[in-house]
Structures are given as structure tokens and as C-alpha cells.
Write a protein that binds this ligand. Structure first.
Ligand code: ADP
Ligand code: MG
Length: 488
């Protein structure tokens, strides 16, 4: 159906706004004391409150409020001081109360933004309209019983934050980078595990197109049901082409809710605008309005970790790392914290980054260890870097021999291990000169050829020095001495 005619697509501008749901890692549910835990026996975390029995009274979980404030501060939002909750009414088998308790006119966070990279790697500011607190529904299971749908209400009432962006996103890359940044943030803040495959972070994409240069947005379609960043990209790309094709063929784009089919890579209609729910929002009468003292917000601010964007700027601007290296270091918070500690023990920031990105990360991958369980502490990696920088050991001996021996014996010092492994380099002038003399003496004709201009022969003498020294000669010094002797 959809032809890939680039010149036609190029006439159109993509417009996207994203709605992200993040499931919170609180101990208990949003408005009940039931455990918020994944993998419990079905319907075990379900008190009368979760089941919506008459006469039960919900209460606001303050950990949810703290988590929302954290995310609001991290996304440059203003935090609402006086708010109330709202009922969003609809009927569904896995929603025992018949409504969700959410926030409507007074979301806890408003008017923030995130800076992300656009398709040309330039900084693009994406507005965040609002972040509000709500609760999840239960889970209907359609594939375990041949005749019945099973319902597990453990998830009913699990707290969510909904993060709504402005329709500021103009390319698939921006959409991807925005989502990746949200995921990184919730992970840094430790408020959500950010796992889209398991549904703990979900995204709905609102997509429209308009002719380039136009100021009026086209009709949008909301696409649901993407379970990875990659699928969000695929869904937006398909949806853009579908809408362009409709417009080009003279048909209108109807405002719809659509679902993504990951196998086909297409989207299909769930419901049109006419079938849109009327949720009959009204203020939740069972929960008192909530007032937030400035002191509460300040307290939460104190518990914030360094944020990935801040670290990225510090690494690239102050430490002069490449954007590529900085990007890898900030991708996960434990790695970034490890690096942060490492650079308190060494000034060689580039070498520190290389060790973390290179030897350490590949060791962690191979041994399926997390950095928290890694045997060597940052100060110990700094010891290795110091040994290299003071020419006591070569970079290759450090990474090929010392590193693994040190991991196996972390209670020794790096220098002790290098000594035991006999890989400390000799930088003793007299000793090196003696060996260099021997090396030259072994090949008098080659030495003659070198003096006549065949400088390439230096490699041969270096090889000889390394052999005679059991590879312990400091190569930089050895080559200086060789040159001095050969040229004198
Ligand atoms: P609703 O209440 O129907 O969900 P909202 O105004 O809250 O509508 O918008 C939902 C999302 O749709 C927001 O993320 C917003 O940025 C996005 N959006 C609104 N208009 C458009 C448009 N024309 N094209 C793409 N996205 C849009
Ligand atoms: Mg919406």
C-alpha cells in the first residue's frame, strides 16, 4: 500500500507527541498498603481496597509523591503545590473499582522540558506538558484457559507516572532520543526499571503530518502497544507514511486510536474519534486535596543523584572526553558512578574512561558480573593507570596480564602483582644501555646499515632488546638509548 517515494515524503513534516507511562518501584500500591511486587501468586496482593469494596478508603502513598517530584525536578518541571486527585470512570473486567484514581486538572508536575539530540545531532528542546500520578489496572490473561479470560488483580492500583510531551518532536531520531532519555532518567532516579519489553515503561505515540512550512498541525493518530524503543520508531515511521499516502491520494486522515503490529510492522485501527471514551472525570471525593510544603520539595531535591545530562556535559566539557566515550559512560548509572569515583583517584581522565569502557566493561560482560560486584574498586584501577603513566609497566602488559591477575587477587597492590608476575618494566639507564649494546653487538652489519640510513632497522634492535630483557625493558627508553648508541 505504502510506496517509498522519498520526494513525496520529503514534502511533509512529521509531528509527534509522546505519552509515557512509568510503573513505579514503590513498596506498596498508589492508594493502598498492598504490596507492589512483580511475580507474586496471582491475586495475592489484593486487599478489599484494591478490590474496590464499598466502604474502603484510599490514601495517597507518599513514596509515589516523592518519586513524582524527583522526576519533575529532573525534567525541569514546576511542582504543583496544591493538587487534588480525580476519578476517571470506565468499565473493564480488570478494573474492579470501575474507575482509576488519577490527576486531571492539577497534575503534580507541569511545563518542563528535556534537551535531546535531533536527527543532525543538534540539541533540541522537547517540552513536557505535564506529569501526573495515576494507578494501573489489573491484568487480563487471554491465553491460559481455552474458554475463559483470567484476571490477576495484583497490578491493579500499582502506581504510574504519566509523562506527556508537547507535540515538539519532529523526527524519528528525536522520538527515540527523548524516550531513551526518559528511560535513563527513571533508572538513574531509581523510580522505575524502564523495561519496555516487560511493560514497566509504556509509550503511546501521537503522530501527525503536515506540509513543510505549514503552521497548522494535521489530524493526529495515537498509536499504542509498542514494547521497545525500536518498535516505537517503526510505528512512527509506518504511521507517517500511511498518513502521507492518505493525504496524497486525496483522503482525509481521521483522528484515531491505532495499535502497532510488531510482526507486520504496521498499525491498525482500534477506535475512531466517535468511539472515544467519555471518562466523566470528577474530583476524587475519598482523597483530601494534597498540599506540598516547599520543604518537602527541597528534601526530595537533596536525595537526587547526578543526572545523566549533567554528567555528559561535565565529561565532555571539563574532562574533554569524546561525546562517544561520555555517552557510553553515562548510559548506566552504576558505571557512571564508578567512573566518577575513579576520576577522584587519577587525573588521567581519558585513560580512566578507556579502562572503564574497555577492559572493565568487557570483563563484566564476559563474567556476567555487575559493576557493583566487580572485585576492583576505582582506586585500584587508578593504581594501574599510575603504573602505566610512570612507565613502570606497559599498557599491553597491564591490560593483558596485570588486570586479570589483579581481579583474582584484589587484596594485593597492583605493583605487588606486577612484580610477582615479573612484568615491571626496567627503566634503569645503565642496565638498558648494557642490553642495547649487546643487541647492537649481535648484528654489526645491520648496525652499519642503520648508520648508512636504513632507519627501519631500529625495529630489529628493539626486538632484540625486548628478547634479551625478557620483555621487561621500558620500550620508550630502550628506543631512545638504541638511537643514541647507533647514531653516535
Ligand atoms: P488527549 O487528551 O486526547 O490525550 P492531549 O492534548 O492530551 O490529548 O494530547 C495528547 C498527546 O498528543 C500529547 O503528547 C500531545 O503532544 C500530542 N499531540 C497533540 N496534537 C498533536 C498533533 N497534531 N500531532 C502529534 N501529536 C499531537
Ligand atoms: Mg492523553
Amino acid at each position: 500500500m505504502i510506496e517509498e517515494r522519498k520526494e513525496i515524503l520529503d514534502k511533509y513534516q512529521l509531528v509527534v507527541g509522546l505519552e509515557v507511562h512509568a510503573q513505579l518501584l514503590t513498596k506498596s500500591k498508589a492508594y493502598a498498603g498492598d504490596l507492589n511486587a512483580f511475580g507474586s501468586l496471582p491475586n495475592s496482593n489484593t486487599s478489599p481496597l484494591t478490590l474496590g469494596h464499598p466502604g474502603t478508603l484510599p490514601r495517597v502513598n507518599h513514596q509515589v509523591v516523592d518519586f513524582a517530584i524527583k522526576l519533575g525536578l529532573a525534567t525541569n518541571c514546576s511542582i504543583t503545590r496544591e493538587m487534588h486527585f480525580a476519578r476517571k470512570n470506565y468499565f473493564y473486567a480488570d478494573l474492579p473499582k470501575g474507575y482509576q484514581i488519577t490527576q486531571d486538572t492539577t497534575p503534580i508536575c507541569k511545563a518542563g522540558y528535556l534537551d535531546v539530540k535531533d536527527a543532525n545531532h543538534k540539541i533540541k528542546r522537547i517540552g513536557i506538558t505535564r506529569i501526573h500520578i495515576e494507578e494501573d489496572a489489573g491484568k487480563s490473561i487471554h491465553d491460559q484457559d481455552p474458554f475463559n479470560t483470567l484476571v490477576d488483580l495484583n497490578r491493579a492500583g500499582v502506581p504510574l507516572l504519566e509523562i506527556v510531551s508537547e507535540p515538539d518532536i519532529r523526527s524519528i531520531e528525536e522520538a527515540y532520543n527523548y524516550l531513551a532519555e526518559i528511560r535513563r532518567l527513571v533508572r538513574y532516579l531509581e523510580i522505575c526499571d524502564g523495561n519496555m519489553e516487560e511493560g514497566s515503561m509504556r509509550c503511546d505515540a501521537n503522530v501527525s503530518v503536515m506540509l513543510k512550512g505549514s503552521k497548522t498541525f494535521g489530524n493526529r493518530c495515537e498509536v499504542k502497544n509498542m514494547n521497545s524503543l525500536r518498535n516505537v520508531q517503526r510505528a512512527i515511521e509506518f504511521e507517517m507514511k500511511r498518513q502521507v499516502f492518505l493525504i496524497e491520494s486525496g483522503a482525509p486522515v481521521d483522528q484515531q486510536t491505532r495499535s502497532f503490529d510488531a510482526v507486520q510492522g504496521t498499525t491498525f485501527t482500534l477506535r475512531g474519534k466517535e468511539d472515544a471514551h467519555d471518562y466523566r472525570y470528577f474530583p476524587e471525593p475519598d482523597i483530601q486535596p494534597l498540599s506540598l510544603e516547599q520543604a518537602v520539595i527541597d528534601e526530595v531535591r537533596k536525595t537526587m543523584p547526578p543526572l545523566p545530562n549533567e554528567l555528559f556535559s561535565k565529561y565532555t566539557e571539563e574532562l574533554k572526553l569524546s561525546e562517544y566515550d561520555a555517552g557510553i559512560l553515562i548510559e548506566s548509572k552504576p558505571i557512571a558512578l564508578y567512573y566518577n569515583e575513579l576520576i577522584e583517584h587519577t587525573k588521567n581522565y581519558k585513560a580512566a574512561a578507556n579502562w572503564v569502557i574497555g577492559e572493565i566493561k568487557s570483563y563484566l560482560n564476559q563474567s556476567a558480573t555487575s559493576i557493583e560486584d566487580f572485585a576492583l574498586r576505582p582506586a585500584q584501577i587508578a593504581e594501574i593507570i599510575d603504573l602505566i603513566d610512570s612507565d613502570k609497566i606497559s599498557k599491553s602488559a597491564a591490560s593483558q596480564q596485570l588486570f586479570s591477575k589483579f581481579v583474582a587477587d584484589p587484596s594485593s597492590t597492583a605493583e605487588q602483582i606486577a612484580e610477582k608476575a615479573n612484568i615491571l618494566q626496567e627503566s634503569d639507564d645503565d642496565w638498558l644501555e648494557e642490553i642495547a649494546q649487546k643487541a647492537i653487538g649481535a648484528y654489526p652489519d645491520k648496525a652499519e646499515a642503520y648508520r648508512k640510513g636504513n632507519k627501519g632497522l631500529l625495529g630489529l634492535f628493539m626486538g632484540e632488546v625486548m628478547k634479551l630483557s625478557n620483555r621487561k625493558a621500558n620500550p620508550k627508553m630502550a628506543s631512545q638509548i638504541l638511537r643514541k648508541l647507533l647514531e653516535s
